[in-house]
Design a binder for this molecule. Structure first.
Ligand SMILES: Cc1cc2nc3c(=O)[nH]c(=O)nc-3n(C[C@H](O)[C@H](O)[C@H](O)COP(=O)(O)OP(=O)(O)OC[C@H]3O[C@@H](n4cnc5c(N)ncnc54)[C@H](O)[C@@H]3O)c2cc1C
Length: 313
């Protein structure tokens, strides 16, 4: 049974830590005193970073609370200090078209995404675009198409895998992936004998694989991962943009703010806009003093957008 996702799932898989003993050691070494009112490392870190710029500690410390300190940073656009706080978010239930847009965000982000070459998609899930959700006829059309695409994908993978398992193709694979290596000129080896034979020429290996079941099995085992990967990388061409993917994203607070603004905007695509709104809500909770200026507003069609008075700090 194929799974169809209506909305992304977000997991906060990485948060800041700020070892208090190290902060204390720094303050002691500098003879400095720092008064703040938050225990949240995500908010303490950029405050400390900002205070380093002017060594505004002790007598020179103006603002005594984190909210007004970071609020001032947002107001004057001293955004680089926000880059010291990072959040790692894991998104699942997002489409390949969403991640194609997401990874355009270069500055301050790192990505690790599910590989469609390594991971089998015969039981792929899909994402239903917001505009289609709730319309039974359109949803049915989409579901049928997605199911069909998986069928074609599976058929292509199986047929390609079969084609890549002929004796000649197996030898080609082993040579290409250098599991079968040239040890001396014209003599190829796996580093161990196969059914009693070793150090043969390519033609001798080809003849041997055709003649010996044991050799055929050996070659199949040696090349299985590479063959599967090659079959999948070709077969995935038929999977739609709606195919579900998983992506691990680490971004600093400044970069997340930029993402929330651009992708939470009314002009952004609906799926990524919904994600930006969810990320916004989540990061407001994680670090209200860094993201509290954002508002998530409802639009007439029931979808949402983000808004702030401090754009692109
Ligand atoms: C509504 C919408 C529609 C879009 N439509 C299209 C489209 O039709 N086609 C398309 O190709 N893309 C499109 N995009 C993607 C867009 O062009 C950006 O690639 C994407 O939004 C990332 O923005 P960014 O470059 O500001 O972000 P990031 O890459 O995260 O960069 C953040 C900021 O860092 C600075 N920066 C980053 N890299 C550089 C650099 N190399 N040199 C100088 N400064 C830099 C800039 O100030 C930039 O704004 C669209 C985006 C949106 C939100």
């Amino acid at each position: 049974m194929t799974t169809f996702f209506p909305r992304a799932r977000i997991y906060v898989v990485g948060r800041q830590v700020m070892p208090p003993e190290e902060v204390e050691r720094f303050l002691r070494d500098e003879g400095a005193a720092w008064q703040t009112d938050t225990d949240n490392p995500a908010q303490r870190i950029p405050e400390l970073a900002g205070r380093i710029c002017y060594m505004s500690f002790g007598d020179k410390q103006g603002r005594k609370d984190n909210k007004s300190y970071l609020g001032h940073i947002l107001e004057v656009g001293h955004g680089s200090v926000l880059e010291h706080t990072v959040f790692s978010l894991l998104f699942t239930g997002v489409s390949r078209s969403l991640t194609h847009e997401l990874i355009r965000h270069r500055a301050g982000f790192g990505y690790s995404q599910l590989s469609q070459r390594y991971v089998d998609e015969t039981d792929a899930s899909f994402v239903v675009p917001p505009a289609i959700q709730g319309d039974a006829v359109l949803e049915k059309t989409l579901r049928e198409f997605c199911d069909h695409s998986v069928k074609v994908y599976t058929e292509l993978t199986d047929k390609l895998a079969e084609r890549m398992a002929t004796p000649d193709a197996l030898v080609d694979f082993a040579l290409r992936e250098e599991t079968l290596r040239e040890k001396a000129p014209g003599q190829f080896t796996f580093g161990e004998p196969v059914d009693g034979k070793d150090n043969l020429s390519v033609d001798e290996w080809r003849r041997f694989v055709k003649a010996s079941d044991t050799a055929l099995k050996y070659f199949k085992k040696q090349t299985i991962r590479g063959r599967r990967k090659s079959a999948r990388e070709a077969a995935r061409a038929v999977l739609p943009n709606a195919t579900e993917t998983k992506i691990f994203v680490t971004g600093n607070a400044r970069a997340w703010r930029h993402f929330i603004e651009l992708r939470g905007d009314v002009h952004a695509e609906a799926e990524i806009r919904a994600l930006a709104c969810d990320v916004c809500r989540l990061l407001k909770k994680e670090a209200p003093n860094l993201f509290g200026d954002y508002e998530v507003a409802r639009l007439p069609d029931g979808s949402e957008r983000t808004r702030t008075i401090h754009r692109k700090v």
